[in-house]
Design a protein. Structure first.
Length: 379
């Protein structure tokens, strides 16, 4: 069993998810590699208590340079606000550590370019961007159907990621609603990777793009009795033209903080002449599909997808797959690629590459331009 010694920088919502996934590695079957968390850093010491109680042997710090200087740390998972991605990711690479960074991989296009230049200077390091939703078995099934050509001629794709909690105007402000910390991209920087991951992996890069961006709730309570500006885009609808060898098609990518009733839904829909299908994490156990032959019946079918992720687990096929399972699978893919290389992985679905994160930045930047000028932008 090859052990990869990890440090975590950013012990908030996502940092804890990763620590929890490492703690239940035994859930996975037939692994020849496992992560061990040896050090954790968060600038806010209040976050340390959970780690001290859960992983008492882990070294805790408020200064990420401690992890960079620690020869015991081989790889780092970094989950900090977007304005810190550029500095921290570059420092991590310069310290010679492998990196699983969080989306959007830089607060804007120049930040991504600076990170990418550093990545190119360290070809020996594995660098990937976190994005877990394609590891849901239903999403993976649709991805494999596209690869197998099962849809016939694809004539429309819709994908996205929808939240609803921001419909509540009393929800307090946080860093994700401020341009200085979340970035001009707003909801696209935060949620866009989830909608774009499968389209980008499938090579569906927009050639033309028209964006509609909305700010719906313009101020929020600051938790101290004041109302403060809520600056970022709440919702974004990107209408794209995709050029494909078998025929061009429209693709709509939507990222919404205010989609009534959607706690947190990633969805992926493909319409084709031989089959149409959709998956959403709102109904994580199901896919809907409509196989079609000319003149035949057009009847949607609903089928329960077995719990059968790309890395086998102890869980029976009859049970449901969830967010924490997707994080575990994604991390297994990162560790697998780090230990065995892309060609030696136990299954072929690798984590988001820097080039794929760069494509997302191209799309978000074009979307800002499109909205500002009310024009269609050519990518
Ligand atoms: N993959 C996913 O599904 C998913 C979900 C949510 C967030 N994210 C991404 O994860 C990242 C973090 O988001 P989050 O929701 O965990 O945020 P969070 O606010 O819960 O956690 C961020 C943590 O970073 C810490 N921090 C800030 N400055 C630091 C510094 N200089 N050194 C060390 N720690 C510092 C904060 O104290 C905080 O605890 C973002 O890039 C976000 O887009 C990914």
């Amino acid at each position: 069993m090859r052990e990869i010694r990890f440090g975590i920088i950013g012990a908030g919502l996502m940092g804890r998810e990763f620590a929890s996934a490492a703690a239940r590695w035994a859930h996975l079957l037939d692994q020849s590699v496992r992560p061990r968390i040896v050090a954790v850093c968060d600038a806010n010491p209040a976050t340390h208590a959970w780690f001290a109680a859960t992983l008492p042997e882990v070294r805790l710090s408020t200064d990420y340079h401690d992890l960079l200087a620690d020869p015991d740390v081989e790889a780092i998972y970094c989950a900090v606000p977007h304005n810190l991605h550029q500095q921290l990711y570059i420092d991590i690479l310069r310290a010679g550590k492998h990196l699983l960074g969080e989306k959007p991989f830089g607060i804007d296009h120049p930040a991504f370019a600076a990170i990418n230049a550093e990545i190119e200077a360290h070809p020996d390091l594995l660098v990937r961007c976190s994005s877990e939703y394609p590891f849901f078995p239903g999403a993976m099934q649709l991805y494999q159907w596209v690869q197998a050509g099962r849809f016939g001629r694809i004539f429309e794709v819709e994908a996205g990621y929808w939240h609803c909690s921001d419909l509540n105007p009393n929800k307090p402000i946080n860093w994700k609603r401020r341009i200085a910390t979340n970035g001009e991209y707003g909801c696209m920087g935060d949620l866009g990777m989830h909608g774009l991951h499968l389209p980008v992996r499938l090579g569906w890069r927009p050639a033309l793009l028209r964006a509609q961006l909305s700010k719906i709730v313009t101020e929020r309570p600051d938790g101290q009795g004041n109302m403060v500006p809520c600056e970022t885009w709440d919702n974004a609808i990107l209408s794209c033209d995709v050029h494909a060898p078998e025929g061009d098609f429209p693709m709509t990518i939507s990222t919404k903080r205010i989609a009534p009733g959607h706690q947190s839904s990633m969805f992926f829909r493909v319409s084709g002449t031989a089959c149409s299908a959709e998956f959403t994490t709102k109904y994580p156990k199901q896919i809907r599909y409509l196989p079609y032959t000319p003149g035949g019946e057009q009847a949607w079918r609903e089928v329960d997808v077995p719990y059968k992720p790309v890395y086998p687990t102890i869980t029976g096929e009859i049970f449901e797959f969830g967010f924490t399972d997707a994080i575990l699978q994604m991390w297994a893919a990162f560790c697998d690629e780090l230990a065995h290389g892309r060609d030696g992985m136990h299954q072929p679905f690798y984590c988001v590459t820097p080039a794929e994160a760069g494509t997302c930045h191209d799309i978000f930047t074009a979307a800002l331009q499109s909205h500002a000028t009310a024009n269609t932008v050519r990518l």
